[in-house]
Write a protein that binds this ligand. Structure first.
Ligand SMILES: [Zn+2]
Ligand SMILES: [Zn+2]
Length: 266
């Protein structure tokens, strides 16, 4: 039986359209015998409204105080990450163009930073995903491939999230090989597998190609409620059906994942 012991894509109430607290997610993961859970709330325009085009760090402050979480909680390892939106064809992440002038208590920053830098530097890792894809309307597959490769070049990005869900066309091999070259991960997303038969077929193609090219994958439920945390039945079924090599599952256990993460995002 294939070992999957980490759920590295989960959401809490901080994502606003998710319904459980971090503690509820951790407890649910422990019940599923998960060894490591990564909490990856949306770092995205989804969760806040800009004022005069500017986003405020106060709307994202839940990302910057996670050091107060126990690193081991209910017996499992807990990481704090984020799921950052890819926002343009250059593969930039949400907040890259938002200059911060003050801290959450109003103290002016001596050295200006961007919102993306402030949030990503306080995360263990980021998953880069496309949600609102209108910026890519009319883009060629080559441009979309380049976008994903550029996102992988971001030093804080560990994995590309649900790449079959956006509906964008791109050169799969080019993106997978770029991930392999950088020691980064391609996500097999449990929620996408449960989405539509078409989405599930896309996941199967993705898993087969990762196996053929020797690309490591991560597993994430993309749970938006604690009941879904650590529940990998479709992911397990898919990976076993394509005889996916255990050695390419970066989420096989906590030590494997931590090792891959430290090498890839430093
Ligand atoms: Zn979401
Ligand atoms: Zn997600």
């Amino acid at each position: 039986m294939l070992h999957i012991a980490c759920d590295v894509h989960t959401h809490t109430i901080a994502s606003r359209h998710a319904y459980s607290t971090i503690e509820e997610n951790v407890r649910a993961a422990a019940e599923q015998r998960i060894e490591l859970v990564g909490s990856t709330d949306h770092f995205s325009r989804m969760v806040a409204t800009p004022v005069d085009g500017a986003y405020d760090l106060r709307d994202y402050q839940h990302f910057i105080n996670c050091d107060c979480w126990p690193r081991t909680w209910c017996g499992l390892r807990v990481l704090h990450g984020c799921e950052a939106d890819i926002v343009d064809l250059d593969g930039n992440l949400f907040g890259h163009d938002q200059k911060l002038v003050e801290a959450i208590d109003g103290t002016p920053y001596k050295t200006p930073r961007t919102l993306a830098d402030r949030v990503l530097s306080s995360c263990d890792y980021a998953i880069a995903s496309v949600h609102a894809s209108e910026f890519a309307n009319g883009a060629t597959p080559a441009q979309v491939s380049r976008m994903y490769v550029r996102a992988l070049d971001n030093p804080r990005v560990l994995a590309l999230g649900h790449i079959v869900r956006s509906g964008l066309e791109f050169d799969l091999d080019e993106v997978l090989l770029a991930a392999r070259e950088r020691g980064k991960l391609i996500e097999i997303n449990e929620s996408t597998l449960r989405d539509t038969p078409r989405a599930a077929a896309g996941c199967e193609r993705l898993a087969r190609r990762c196996a053929e090219l020797g690309v490591m994958v991560s597993t994430g439920t993309d749970a938006h409620v604690s009941a879904a945390v650590g529940a990998f039945s479709r992911t397990r079924e898919l990976l076993e059906s394509v005889s996916f090599p255990q050695a390419l599952v970066a989420t096989a256990d906590a030590d494997v994942f931590l090792d891959v993460m430290r090498r890839a995002v430093g």
